[in-house]
Ligand binder design. Sequence first.
Ligand code: MG
Length: 199
Amino acid sequence: MKIICIGRNYVDHAKELNNPVPEKPIFFVKPDTALLRTHEFYLPPFSNDVHYELELVVKIMKVGKSINKKFAHKYYNEISLGLDLTARDLQKECKEKGLPWEIAKGFDSSAPIGKWYPKEELKTLDFYLLKNGLKVQEGNPSQMLFDVDTIIEYVSKFMTLKKGDLIYTGTPSGVGKMNAGDKFEAYLDSKKTLDLVVK
Ligand code: MG
C-alpha cells in the first residue's frame, strides 16, 4: 500500500508558503508506516515545527495503470479526511538544498487518517479542521487546481495504482504548527471524521 500526496493543489495554500502555482500536479509518496489510525500523535524528536495539513483523501478500489480521466471515478469509492503532517523545518532545509522531502513528509505516523464513507453517502465534500475548538482550515474540492479525476489520470501514468492505495489531495490555506496538548477535530459533510490529540 502506498500513500500518494498532492502538493500545492489549492492556490491560497501555495501562496501562504510563497510557492509558485503549479502547471501540472505535484506529488510525492509516503510509506505505509506513515499511516496513523489511532487518535494520538507523538511529536517526533527531530523537528521543532511539525505542521498539520488537512486534506480530502480517496481510497483506490482496484488496480489501474494509465487511467483515462473519463474512467477515473470508477477507481475510488470511499472518501475520508487525513492530515499530511509535515516537519516544516526539515522541509525548508531540503527545499533550499534541492534535496528530496522524505524525512520531512514520510516519517512514522505522518499520515493520520479518519473514518471512511462511501462517496454516494456524502451530500457535500465541504470539510474543515478545528484546532482546540477554533476553525483553522476549510475547503471544498471545487477549489482544487487539479480535481481527483485529473490527479488519478496523472499519477497513474507514472505509478500503477493498487487497491488500498490512498491519495491525499492537497491542503487549503491555514496550515500551522502542532504543539503538545493540541486537539484536532476534522469534519467532512458536517460529520466528525477524524480526531487527534498531540502528545
Ligand atoms: Mg499536503
